[in-house]
Design a protein around this ligand. Structure first.
Ligand SMILES: [Zn+2]
Length: 516
């Protein structure tokens, strides 16, 4: 747990403002760590809980509720709420009393391990519409069911064929699962609770191998991972079933799909969770805490997720953090691994952002018009749709070239691990919400791009010996226009000097350094 201590009176004042009925429509709950325990406060109740490290062979955290007043805001941790799609549609804008918070205690605890963790973390309601951010219909960032859940599909050589499965999983499980899928032996490392575990595949590993998803009789030569940023799993699975995403449907038919999705780490936003997928650690442990945060020790704002800072986004990575790429290279020093359009690229042999860091001129399509797998009706009116169509087309070009063995006049061997980050889905799901036509168009377009990569693997003759997995970094939920507003004015009116980073990370005394 981080050692910074905020003024106790200021914490109490802020909690009473944030949990007042006036902010009830937009504040789901407020999280904090104080006096050696964690707390969640909502207008109708609170919980205080402790983290315990248990002795014995299972190295993990357990949690003990110390005090519950009224309704425990984190009391419902069901992992199957609002799935499949019909359930989500029948329960739009769920109230806190109907919502669930999978793995909530672990998610709260990991966040406050970061030295720059906020004094208070505000979780917005499902309905909350960020009018100040341009009025996105689709939103994420919360601990609650729909916003925290991403799709997960694993398919092909070495993947179990379970079809739809209820297996519970978190994004921290992806990296160790990929390394086990590749047939790499555990090397030992530091586990979630900070103790050594012999069965770790990464030098630091918060998650576990999802062994049920693997078929140990086969080991793939190649693993390809696709990230569909911000893609809602209910929508993706529904589109696969209805024939609108035939390549995703093919992967699902030949593998296993997590029906209730895979739970992303708090905060359920982009860069912390890209990093979690590729490192096997929670944001509080790998160091990429949020898309932006406040570093008390140097009195500086850290911004990671913006076009200007993507190339240096991994600078705050905490020591000891490993990655899929680095772990593969330790076991197989000659292995080629590639990271396409991904800022979270530590250890990758080929990386788009590394080319940019080294000043290599990367040829980028000048326009989205006429590109394959493009829904023209959205390209002209929606600028972001055009931009991210260009970005993702460029991603496919790199992936297909790398699989073919040659990109930008350089020869490459067949990748052992190829990671392809697609961004269009996030942009479109934000724009129209997860249940909009633009969101579905982005899935259709991305499905076509996935097909291009699968075709390239086929042409190279390695498709039969390839495993493919598909995931996202977080979910996406429909917000309710009109339920907007900001908690900052109420805090200001109460005389509190608060720095609010990335909407919800509150630093109550921003001019005070960490001091220990
Ligand atoms: Zn994202």
């Amino acid at each position: 747990m981080a050692t910074h201590t905020a003024d106790p009176a200021a914490v109490e004042r802020a909690l009473s403002v944030l949990c007042d009925s006036a902010l009830d429509p937009i504040v789901e709950m407020v999280l904090l760590a104080r006096d050696g325990a964690y707390e969640a406060h909502a207008p109708d109740g609170s919980v205080r809980f402790e983290r315990q490290v248990t002795d014995g062979p299972v190295h993990d955290w357990t949690f003990r509720e110390v005090e519950v007043r009224g309704r425990n805001p984190l009391g419902d941790q069901a992992r199957d709420r609002f799935a499949p799609l019909a359930e989500e549609l029948a329960n739009r804008f769920p109230h806190r009393t109907d919502n669930a918070y999978p793995f909530a205690y672990e998610q709260v605890a990991q966040l406050f391990d970061h030295p720059a963790a906020p004094d208070l973390c505000v979780i917005h309601t499902s309905a909350h519409h960020w009018a100040s951010l341009g009025g996105h219909i689709g939103e994420h960032g919360s601990l609650a069911s729909v916003q925290c859940r991403a799709p997960f599909i694993i398919s092909g050589c070495g993947a179990a064929r379970l079809g739809m499965t209820d297996l519970p999983a978190q994004l921290v499980d992806v990296a160790p699962t990929v390394l086990a899928l590749l047939g790499l032996d555990p090397t030992g490392g530091t586990g979630l609770d900070g103790r050594h575990r012999e069965d770790a595949h990464l030098l630091a590993q918060d998650g576990d191998v999802l062994a049920e998803l693997l078929d140990p009789r086969e080991r793939p030569e190649v693993v390809v991972g696709f990230l569909l940023d911000g893609c809602n799993p209910n929508v993706l699975y529904d589109m696969a079933a209805s024939g609108e995403a035939p390549n995703v449907a093919r992967l699902m038919a030949e593998g296993s799909t997590l029906r209730n999705g895979i739970v992303s780490s708090l905060p359920t936003v982009t860069l912390p969770n890209h990093t979690t997928i590729l490192t096997g650690r929670h944001p509080g442990h790998h160091g990429i805490l949020h898309n932006a945060w406040w570093d008390r020790s140097v009195q500086e704002q850290v911004v990671t997720n913006s076009p200007a800072t993507w190339v240096s986004a991994m600078d705050p990575l905490l020591p000891g953090t490993d990655s899929i790429h680095a772990a593969i290279r330790r076991a197989e020093p000659d292995a080629f691994t590639a990271s396409v359009n991904e800022p979270a690229d530590p250890g990758a042999v080929y990386s788009t952002f590394d080319l940019m860091r080294r000043g290599v001129r990367v040829p980028f399509p000048s326009s989205a018009e006429g590109l394959p797998h493009t829904t023209e009706m959205f390209v002209r009116p929606v600028k972001d749709y055009a931009t991210f169509t260009q970005v993702d087309h460029h991603g496919v070009t790199q992936a297909v070239d790398l699989i073919g063995g040659r990109h930008l006049d350089t020869d490459y061997p067949t990748p052992r691990f190829l990671w392809v980050n697609f961004a269009l889905t996030d942009s479109a799901f934000h724009e129209g919400g997860p249940h909009s036509e633009i969101a579905r168009a982005s899935v259709r377009d991305t499905d076509g791009r996935i097909g291009e990569v699968l075709d390239a693997l086929d042409r190279r003759g390695v498709l039969e010996r390839t495993a493919v997995f598909l995931c996202a970094d977080h979910g996406m939920e429909e917000s309710q226009p009109g339920v907007d507003g900001d908690w900052s004015p109420a805090l200001r009116d109460a005389g509190l000097d608060v720095r609010d980073e990335a909407f919800g990370f509150l630093y109550l005394d921003p001019t005070v350094g960490a001091g220990g």
